[in-house]
Unconditional design. Structure first.
Length: 189
C-alpha cells in the first residue's frame, strides 16, 4: 500500500441506487493509496447499491448534505448508477456542494451516469468529458466536448464511461487527487 493520498479526504457523493462497483472499487483505490473516503448523501443511515438492475451491497453514510462542506474535503467522487445521480441532481444542496468543489479548484471525478449531477450543477460547459453512452447527448447539449474514451481528464475533472473502465479510472483519480487543486478547474464554475 502506498501513501500517495495520505492526509487527503475524498467526499463520495451518492444516494440509493448507485452502481456498486463504481463506489466500492474507487473507494478501495483511494484507501489503498492512503486517503480517507467519506460517503456523503441526502440522508443518514445506509444507502443501497445496485449491481446493474439488481440490489447490491449497502454502505453507511458518513455525512449528510446538511452537514457537508466542500471546504472539509480535498476531492470529490460521484459514482454512477441509474438512480443515484437522478436523485442527487434534483437536490439543490447536492448541486451547491458539487459547484463548490469547482469554485475551490479541487479535483472532481465522475463515472457512468454520475456526470448528470455535473450537468445540473452547471459545471460542464467547455469541458472535455466522457460518460456512459446514454447521457453523452445530454453532456453535449450542456456544452461539454464529449469523447468516447475509457477516461478523460480535463484540468482536474476526471470522467469515465462504465465499470469496464474502472481500472484506468481508479488509477487516474488517485493521480489527480494527489495533484490537488487545478487552476483551470473553476473556469466553468
Amino acid at each position: 500500500m502506498t501513501q500517495r493520498l495520505a492526509n487527503k479526504t475524498v467526499a463520495i457523493l451518492a444516494a440509493d441506487g448507485f452502481e456498486e462497483a463504481e463506489l466500492f472499487l474507487p473507494k478501495e483505490a483511494i484507501e489503498q493509496a492512503g486517503g480517507k473516503a467519506v460517503v456523503v448523501s441526502i440522508k443518514g443511515g445506509e444507502i443501497q447499491a445496485n449491481r446493474h438492475r439488481e440490489h447490491g451491497k449497502s454502505i453507511h453514510v458518513d455525512v449528510t448534505l446538511d452537514e457537508a462542506k466542500a471546504d472539509d474535503f480535498n476531492a470529490l467522487l460521484i459514482p454512477g448508477g441509474l438512480f443515484s445521480p437522478d436523485a442527487l441532481r434534483i437536490q439543490q444542496k447536492a448541486l451547491d456542494f458539487v459547484h463548490d468543489f469547482f469554485a475551490q479548484k479541487k479535483p472532481v471525478a465522475s463515472i457512468c451516469h454520475g456526470p448528470q449531477v455535473l450537468i445540473d450543477a452547471d459545471v460542464v460547459a467547455g469541458r472535455q468529458m466522457t460518460s456512459v453512452k446514454n447521457i453523452r447527448t445530454d453532456l453535449a447539449n450542456a456544452g461539454a466536448k464529449v469523447r468516447d474514451e475509457p477516461v478523460v481528464v480535463d484540468q482536474g475533472l476526471v470522467t469515465s464511461r462504465t465499470p469496464d473502465d474502472l481500472e484506468a479510472f481508479n488509477a487516474k483519480i488517485v493521480e489527480e487527487f494527489c495533484e490537488g487543486k487545478h487552476a483551470e478547474q473553476a473556469r466553468s464554475a
